[in-house]
Every structure is written in structure tokens, then in C-alpha cells.
Design a protein around this ligand. Structure first.
Ligand code: DGJ
Length: 479
């Protein structure tokens, strides 16, 4: 029980342990529970996130809606090793940094589309102003992506359970396209967006389509997302490269009906949208200003649960131009004021060639002054005292997977995680950061898995990493 830390004022020690024990029984599927004082203080991109139970936050292809001061995140729940539908998850947060697992909002269905032999992607939830119901729109498909439609599900409560109602109909017919998104305008009108640029307006009950207001105007243009600032609409999307990253781009228009004018890339070209694919833009409206938060996915099949990460960045929005000129490994948002500021991860650094680090196997020192290995089972470990530990590595075109295990001073495993060391261009990045843990002495072991991310498109094209290399740069210890 030592790993459970709960602050309960005015309750006897005995009661505290009893409550902690119950808590552990109910939520002990993860390695630990984060206590009230052990919270993340920034939005961190490109590393696995852990929820209140110590499980990875699995909510890709997501959107966020705000209700009574809380943010609700909906996304694809994934399992490693398979692409089969595993349910759509819901998490909540009041600061956008720390996420509480709420529910599997839409679970795997017993039969039909969205059963355990299907694909379910990109869930987007909107609250219908006329009925007060929550409506979730999804891409439902077969495992091989050959028979898709836009489906919808409804719930009385924001966290669900959502009932799946099959395809949303336009003129009595399903919309047979795959990547989708949603947009809710200030007047409460709801829209479904499709890859290529189609925009459909929903009827007031949000359960069917009234009209198609914009026709596809672009080849590809997957993962469509729209946001509005003042009277201008911004339409973001990605190129058509499966789960491989590309330079996402955007259009602007003064009406959802267009005409849409291509404006360029969202991030500096070549960064491949800082290695991510758009899914949603969240306006964080505060008393002082609005920060528009770009939400992107860094996919990682077959480890979409443990190694795929999130790229959430503040967007600069200035007239017809939007930009993410720099990659913020960490940044802060004051959700009350709507103001964002820079954040940093500060700690004591231990270089890869430090004597404290014990290597086993055949690690090589390469020209980039990092230790590298692609041999399954090669490992290194180190013991540090503190509350948080981070690992920096060189992500590279031949980068592979590593596994990280953290054990406390009693030898008990408090966290396990995967790391994906792939990037189409070499870049040194923070690849892992533990949640804030109880102050203790921790032994961290990283093992090379001899595996990599890859994916075979239905066209037959194979994308992914070219190797299994894990390149390690330094450790960061936060006391
Ligand atoms: C690209 C889409 O944007 C993703 O949601 C997913 O469907 C992949 N294709 C599958 O290859």
C-alpha cells in the first residue's frame, strides 16, 4: 500500500488506510494512484501520459468539450498489438494537464459495426443545444478500412454510456467516408466534416444531416478540423499518408460554404507538423484572451496504446495566418484567463556516458554522443532519488521501441511504459517523463525491444521505421 498516497484531512490513520485499501482495490489496475499533491504542471507533448490510475491516457483522434468548468476528452482507446476497435474513452480534467479516467464512453459492441472485429476512429462529442443530449460522431469501419460510414451515438450524461445508433443519414443514406471531425458554431449549429473538405450541417436534433454545405475540394486532406476566430473559419487537415506524419496544412474562409483559400502549412515544413497529425483545435476561452490549442496525434502502430503520444501546442492565430513556429516540449495554460505561457522541465541531468548508468549488451557510442543499440534485450539501468525521472533520446528514421520499468526502493514496480524512438528526421527529444512520484529512490531500467512501428496501408504501401535503434542521450532527475 505504500504506493498509494491520499490526503484526507480529519480522518484517523486507521480509516485512512482502510479507505486507501478500498481505493486501491477499485483503481489498482494501474501501478499507482496520483495523489492530490502529485500533479503535472504543464502540457507535455510527445511522451506517454498517465491518468489518475497510472494507465496511459488512451484517447487518440480526440476532441475536448467543456462542461461546468471541466474539460472532457474523448478519444480512441487502443490496445497494443491490434487495430481492432477497443472502445472510445472519456477522461476529465480541470487544468488540461492531469487527466482522470471517467469511462469507456462507447464500449465495444456485441455485434455489427464497432464490434471487436471492426475499426472505430476519431470520436467527436458535441452537446446538442435543442435536446441537451450528448452526441458522439465516429468513423466506423471494417478492419481493412473497406466499408466505412460516419456513425453516431447518444447519451444523456456527458461521460456516457453512449448508445450507438449506426450511420448518420443524409437524404436517407449513410455518408460513406472515413476521416471525420465536427465543428459547433457559436449559434449552436453542428457540422460534420469529412476528409477532402466536405461539410454537412446537422439537423437541430443533431441526429441526421440537413444539407451538405461544402463539397470536397482537396485530395487527401484527412483528419479534418475547423475552428473559428472572430468571423474567420480555419480548416485544418493532413496529407494522405496513413499513420505516417506529414506537413499538415490549412485553408481559411469567411463562410463554412467557402470559398476556402489555401494558406499553407501549420508548422514549419519538414517538421511534419512536429511529427503529428491534426485531430482538433480547442479554443480555451478565458477572461483575458483565447488560446487556440492544436491537438495532434503521434501514432505508433502496433503500440497505439502504450507508445502513441499527443502533440498539443498553442497555435498562433493572426488574421489568415496560423502557426506553430516552435515545438514546446512543455507549456502552461491558465484556463481561467485563457493565457498560455512557456513551461520547462528542469532537473539534474545525467549524461548517457555517466558511470552511474549500468549498461548490459552491446551499446555503441556514436558521433552524436549518445548510446545506441538495436539488439533486443540490451538494457541500461540507474538508480536515482527524487520524485520524477525523464529520459531524452535521439528519435531517428531507424528508431525502434524501448520498454521502461521504474521500481521503488522496495523493489516494487511503480510504472511500466513504452517509448517509440522513431522520427523521420533525427531530433533529440524528451521521450519519457514519469508522473510525479512519492519522494523515494527509484531504479529505472530501459530495455531495447528489437521492434519498431510500421503499418501496411490498404493500398499495400508500408510505412514506419527502418530499424529498431534506441539512442539514449541523457537522464533528467527532478528532486
Ligand atoms: C489516416 C487516418 O487519419 C487515421 O485516422 C487512420 O485511419 C489511418 N489513416 C489508418 O491508416
Amino acid at each position: 500500500m505504500a504506493i498509494v498516497t491520499i490526503r484526507l484531512k480529519g480522518i484517523s490513520m486507521f480509516k485512512k488506510s482502510f479507505i486507501a485499501a478500498i481505493f486501491f482495490v477499485f483503481f489498482g489496475m494501474g501501478a499507482f494512484n496520483l495523489s492530490a499533491q502529485t500533479k503535472s504542471k504543464a502540457i507535455l507533448s510527445g511522451i506517454p501520459w498517465f491518468d489518475n490510475n497510472g494507465n496511459t491516457v488512451s484517447a487518440h483522434g480526440a476532441n475536448i468539450i467543456k462542461e461546468k468548468g471541466k474539460y472532457y476528452l474523448f478519444g480512441e482507446g487502443h490496445k497494443d498489438g491490434t487495430n481492432a476497435f477497443a472502445g472510445f474513452n472519456c477522461y476529465s480534467s480541470s487544468d488540461l494537464y492531469n487527466w482522470k479516467f471517467e469511462s469507456i464512453a462507447l464500449p465495444v459492441q456485441l455485434t455489427g459495426k464497432l464490434d471487436s472485429n471492426s475499426v472505430g476512429e476519431r470520436p467527436k462529442v458535441m452537446k446538442c443545444p435543442s435536446t441537451g443530449e450528448y452526441v458522439m460522431y465516429v468513423h466506423a469501419d471494417t478492419l481493412g478500412y473497406k466499408s466505412q460510414y460516419v456513425g453516431y451515438a447518444t447519451a444523456k450524461k456527458i461521460t456516457g454510456p453512449y448508445s450507438f445508433n449506426g450511420p448518420i443519414l443524409f437524404n436517407g443514406k449513410p455518408i460513406k467516408k472515413w476521416d471525420m471531425g465536427t465543428f459547433q458554431d457559436k449559434d449552436g449549429s453542428g457540422y460534420v466534416l469529412l476528409h477532402g473538405g466536405d461539410i454537412y450541417k446537422l439537423n437541430p436534433d443533431y441526429k441526421s444531416i440537413s444539407e451538405q454545405i461544402n463539397k470536397a475540394f482537396e485530395k487527401g486532406f484527412e483528419s479534418p478540423a475547423i475552428f473559428k476566430k472572430d468571423s474567420l473559419y480555419y480548416f485544418l487537415g493532413s496529407d494522405l499518408t496513413g499513420w505516417e506524419r506529414n506537413d499538415n496544412y490549412y485553408f481559411t474562409a469567411t463562410s463554412l460554404k467557402g470559398p476556402w483559400t489555401k494558406q499553407g502549412f501549420i508548422a514549419p515544413p519538414g517538421t511534419l507538423t512536429w511529427n503529428s497529425q491534426t485531430t482538433f483545435v480547442l479554443p480555451i476561452e478565458g477572461t483575458k484572451e483565447t488560446t487556440f490549442m492544436f491537438m495532434g496525434d503521434r501514432w505508433s502502430f502496433p503500440k497505439q496504446n502504450s507508445a502513441a503520444t499527443y502533440i498539443w501546442q498553442p497555435l498562433q492565430v493572426d488574421g489568415h495566418k496560423i502557426a506553430m513556429p516552435v515545438f514546446n516540449e512543455a507549456w502552461k495554460i491558465d484556463v481561467k484567463a485563457g493565457v498560455n505561457s512557456s513551461g520547462e522541465i528542469k532537473g539534474n541531468e545525467i549524461a548517457a556516458n555517466d558511470q552511474q548508468i549500468i549498461y548490459t549488451g552491446n551499446w555503441q557510442q556514436d558521433t552524436l554522443a549518445v548510446k545506441s543499440s538495436d539488439t533486443k534485450g540490451d538494457a541500461f539501468s540507474f538508480t536515482v532519488k527524487g520524485t520524477q525521472v525523464g529520459i531524452y533520446g535521439l528519435a531517428r528514421p531507424d528508431g525502434g521501441y524501448a520498454n521502461v520499468i521504474i521500481r521503488n526502493s522496495k523493489g516494487k514496480t511503480v510504472l511500466t511504459s513504452s517509448i517509440d524512438m522513431y522520427s523521420k528526421y533525427p531530433t533529440v527529444l524528451l521521450k519519457f517523463l514519469s508522473p510525479v512520484l512519492k519522494n523515494d529512490s527509484y531504479t529505472v531500467t530501459l530495455t531495447v525491444l528489437g521492434e519498431r512501428w510500421w503499418w501496411k496501408e490498404k493500398s499495400g504501401r508500408v510505412s514506419g521505421s527502418k530499424g529498431d535503434v534506441v539512442s539514449f542521450e541523457k537522464i533528467m532527475v527532478i528532486e
